[in-house]
Design a protein around this ligand. Structure first.
Ligand SMILES: *Cc1c(COP(=O)(O)O)cnc(C)c1O
Ligand SMILES: [Zn+2]
Length: 419
């Protein structure tokens, strides 16, 4: 910990200065709010620039905690409150030489967020939004989730000892429902899509005193996700990769990656010149389609193996599109079979087992190298955001085992055929 961070009183306050409308710039106090009351555009957290500049240096970050709180000057929660949570972050940035040479590109790295406390990147946005609910005096917390957010919110609620309500579409992968329930949350399965669950969460958030991390606390939520990009830059020795490939559901993660990169460059910690590319499954690709057509049109009935990304009406779609275009990135939409191939490719080449959301990223990496969009001399970082162990069922048909009797010769037969 830096001496600056230890100065008296320092750890118990945030340097966030308010919420600001992204469109008209109107300022609001830090409060429960996701949109501007004048123009209805989303609001975002901004910070006291002079205070951040004084405290955020390469050295202060590298001496900070081994989790997202090393970036506390650019997070909306005080350090002393933040570290009472699940403390995600500083996940490995893995060199993937096997994958790079298989696909014919100079350098591929995986930012491995499969090893966060609840095995997805969602622990990051929860870490910076859930404690705000407590600070604002709300009586409970919750989320609308495609799966991973349910577990992350529930685990963090357990740490902070607050009641938790998660709304999910009925029929999600069992392990995700099971873990959210094991962490003690009230799990509400809605007969409908994610978008139905999300609409209900919006109504409940208005009516009851509950902080829904990705609804009425959304500006704080985005702040946690930006640490994913900041860590990548730090782990590359304060250099940006040529490109990052980001999976998109609501588009919040990609928007946060853009904010993280531009804030680092604002404080002189990077050059701000990374192409940010987004990918969605073909069966639910409202943002990627809008990259071609110009307009984000909701998908009524998402149909994809990548459940985590099955958001038909993306809340941050336009913002994500703006970040992709502004940085010169691509938007892509691989098919389900390419997604599963991508998942297995990463497992077999690099020993990293991701869920289909990560397979979507690897599928786009392959497609865009093949069509020449990604140059062969690029350094590409793939954001691998969720763990495959939570989502096993669609891979059952690709399991290959050999069943033998308790007999040496039978084992030898299998053994020789593999050599
Ligand atoms: C939620 C999620 C995403 C997408 O995040 P958005 O912010 O909704 O775009 C990507 N990968 C995984 C594994 C997720 O759980
Ligand atoms: Zn406004």
């Amino acid at each position: 910990m830096t001496s600056a961070a230890c100065a008296k009183g320092e750890v118990s306050k945030t340097l966030a200065s308010g919420l600001y409308c992204k469109s008209c710039g109107k300022r609001f106090e830090l409060s429960v709010r996701s949109a501007c009351d004048e123009c209805f555009a989303p609001v975002e957290v901004r910070y006291d620039e002079a205070s951040v500049a004084e405290r955020l240096t390469k050295q202060s970050v590298s001496h900070g905690p081994q989790n997202i709180w090393r970036y506390w000057p650019l997070l909306p929660v005080s350090l002393s409150e933040g570290i009472k949570g699940t403390n995600p972050g500083m996940t490995p940035l893995r060199e993937c030489q096997n994958l790079a040479s298989e696909l014919g590109v100079k350098r591929v790295l995986v930012k491995d967020d499969t090893v966060n406390p609840t095995y997805s990147f969602k622990d990051r946005p929860v870490a910076t939004s859930l404690p705000k609910a407590i600070e604002f005096g709300l009586k409970g917390v919750g989320c609308a989730s495609t799966g991973n957010l349910a577990g992350a919110t529930a685990a963090s609620a357990a740490k902070y000892r607050v009641p938790c309500y998660v709304l999910i579409p009925q029929g999600l992968e069992k392990n995700k429902v099971l873990s959210a329930s094991a962490y003690g949350a009230t799990v509400i399965e809605v007969k409908g899509t994610y978008d139905t669950a999300n609409r209900l969460a919006n109504l409940i958030a208005d009516r009851y005193s509950v902080g829904f991390v990705n609804v009425n606390l959304r500006p704080y939520y985005v702040e946690g996700s930006k640490t994913l990009a900041m860590e990548v830059v730090e782990q590359l020795g304060w250099q940006e990769p040529d490109r990052m490939i980001v999976p998109m559901g609501s588009g919040a993660l990609l928007t946060a990656v853009g904010k993280g990169i531009s804030e680092l460059s604002m404080y002189g910690l990077s050059s701000g010149s990374c192409m940010i590319s987004g990918t969605q499954p073909e069966g639910c690709s409202p943002i990627s389609s809008a990259y071609e057509t110009g307009e984000v049109l909701p998908v009524e009935k998402p149909k994809t193996v990548a459940e985590s990304l099955a958001i038909g009406d993306p809340a941050s779609g336009d913002e994500a599109l703006g970040v992709i275009r502004g940085s010169g990135g691509f938007a892509d939409a691989p098919t389900d079979s390419e997604i599963v191939e991508g998942q297995l490719l990463l497992a077999r080449e690099e020993g990293i087992f991701t869920e289909p959301a990560g397979g979507t990223v690897i599928a786009s990496l392959r497609r865009k190298i093949d069509d020449g969009t990604i140059r062969r001399d690029e350094t590409v970082v793939c954001l691998i955001t969720g763990n495959g162990l939570k989502v096993p069922s669609h891979l059952e048909s690709s399991i290959r085992t050999s069943v033998v009797g308790p007999d040496l010769r039978e084992v030898e037969q299998v053994f020789r055929s593999g050599l």
